[in-house]
Design a protein around this ligand. Structure first.
Ligand SMILES: [Zn+2]
Ligand SMILES: [Zn+2]
Length: 147
């Protein structure tokens, strides 16, 4: 990357920088994303573990177990959701794309958990739609609940 992508939360207390370009950006319509964001769906993208570096407010980051196999991190001051880390994918972290200063830099390429989509939310794109996880999800080993 010429210039590292940067991002931050709504209150501005937490800032981060990406050490490599994000990949696997996609919409997630699971109930956890809906509750966590207060929105019908979230867009996450991945970077290798350690490649999202807090540049301000690291001490404000809080986390909660969002399932039996993962947790989510957010700004403890304003609640902006940042990260989803999944036990069976320790080599990557997923971050919420909308927190980038330039969210256009990581366009989603698919939908997951389409099965729990809120019916009035109807994206008009022609991206692949998966009822739950993508069939090729890394390390999935038959896990069922959303992240
Ligand atoms: Zn904040
Ligand atoms: Zn989700």
């Amino acid at each position: 990357m010429d210039k590292p992508l940067t991002g931050g939360c709504a209150c501005g207390a937490v800032r981060y920088e990406l050490k490599s370009p994000p990949f696997d950006a996609g919409w997630c319509h699971c109930r956890t994303c809906q509750r966590n964001s207060g929105a019908p769906a979230m867009v996450f993208a991945s970077v290798p573990a350690g490649h999202l570096v807090w540049t301000r407010g690291a001490d404000l980051i809080r986390a909660f177990a969002s399932s039996g196999f993962g947790h989510r991190s957010f700004c403890g001051a304003c609640g902006t959701p940042f990260l989803m880390e999944v036990d069976h994918q320790p080599e990557t972290v997923d971050f919420s794309v909308a927190t980038l200063d330039d969210p256009a830099a990581a366009a989603p390429g698919f939908h997951i958990f389409w099965g729990s989509r809120i019916p009035w939310f109807e994206p008009k794109d022609d991206l692949p739609r998966h009822e739950k996880f993508r069939p090729d999800t890394r390390g999935l080993a038959g896990t069922e609940p959303p992240e």
